[in-house]
Design a protein around this ligand. Structure first.
Ligand code: PXG
Length: 286
């Protein structure tokens, strides 16, 4: 018996886990998703992820055909069926099968998919040495286009930025917004430390309000570090004492070089490493 995938109320074999080519999730990227960690067989920040999924769906006028409790039960069943202790859940809601036209009203049945698998962790070297990142030409989506707060299946904006990062010889890109302020990375939020204060761009700069971002802000506040959300410029990044990225997959990854400028002393920062330690304790504690 191989891996099991949840689709619309049923757990099926991975080989049988198929979605129609007429699904608007495939045809138009019309849908929403969450990427969630499982630590010690427990779903990390489950409520926060489910709430965000429903808000993303609400913002694109997609009605999820299950209650939040049913979604949680589906995730728990899928994690158990796959014997996942430390892993990753991909929760997806697509607009469903429709006609070859944009009209979402032609899709009467949204599909709910839960994949629970092991997670491909970033190399240990990233955490020990820190990342080199670059700002890229592709700007983050304007909030009045697809608001970046919506975790939609339309990731082309971020994929373009990722391609530019890879072409520039790095693994991650910093995206700016239409005003030139710092927004976020392709799959991570960004933080800087300046004079023992923690700073990260506000949601209004056009960022996904990361669950990891919120955890880190709480942890910092808990050790008496002031947390601020001002608009940040590239200059602010270059002259920061420390910089790091946060995300479900990455947890907390130090950044030591941005656009060729050395950040701090070129090594992962002390507050960054302290927060990483606290974060990992938090994932064990829940
Ligand atoms: N910004 C963007 C654009 C993201 O996609 C984050 C920030 C961090 O949010 P969380 O809530 O995870 O702290 C994300 C999250 C994947 C994958 O498989 C992507 C994310 C999370 C998990 C998996 O590419 N992006």
């Amino acid at each position: 018996m191989g891996p099991k995938v949840y689709i619309d109320g049923k757990l099926c074999e991975k080989a049988d886990a198929k979605i129609s080519v007429y699904d608007h999730g495939l045809l138009y990227g019309d849908g929403v998703f969450e990427g969630i960690r499982v630590y010690g067989a427990r779903i990390f920040r489950c409520k926060e992820h489910v709430d965000r999924l429903y808000e993303s769906a609400c913002a694109i006028a997609l009605r999820i055909p299950m209650t939040k409790e049913e979604i949680v039960a589906a995730m728990e069943a899928t994690v158990a069926a796959n014997g996942i202790k430390d892993g990753y859940i991909r929760l997806v809601v697509t607009r469903g099968v429709g006609t070859l036209g944009l009209d979402p009203n032609k899709c009467p049945h949204p599909s709910v998919i839960v994949i629970a698998d092991t997670i491909q962790l970033y190399p240990q070297e990233f955490y020990e040495k820190g990342l080199h990142v670059i700002t890229v030409p592709t700007i983050r989506n304007h909030p009045e286009a697809i608001n970046p707060r919506i975790k939609s299946l339309n990731y082309l904006n971020n994929i373009m930025a990722k391609i530019e990062a890879i072409n520039g010889g790095t693994v991650e890109a910093i995206m700016l917004n239409k005003d030139g302020y710092v927004a976020e990375c392709t799959g991570d939020n960004i933080f800087i430390v300046k004079n023992r204060k923690l700073l990260t761009p506000p949601a209004s700069a056009g960022v996904l309000k990361g669950i990891t971002r919120a955890v880190v802000m709480d942890l910092a506040a808990g050790i008496g570090v002031p947390v601020l959300e001002p608009n940040l410029t590239r200059y602010d990044l270059f002259t920061a004492d420390e910089c790091f990225l946060t995300g479900t997959a990455a947890e907390i990854v130090p950044v030591v070089n941005i656009d060729g400028r050395i950040i701090g002393d070129g090594k992962p920062g002390t507050l960054t490493l302290e927060l990483l330690e606290l974060f990992r304790a938090e994932t064990r504690k829940q």
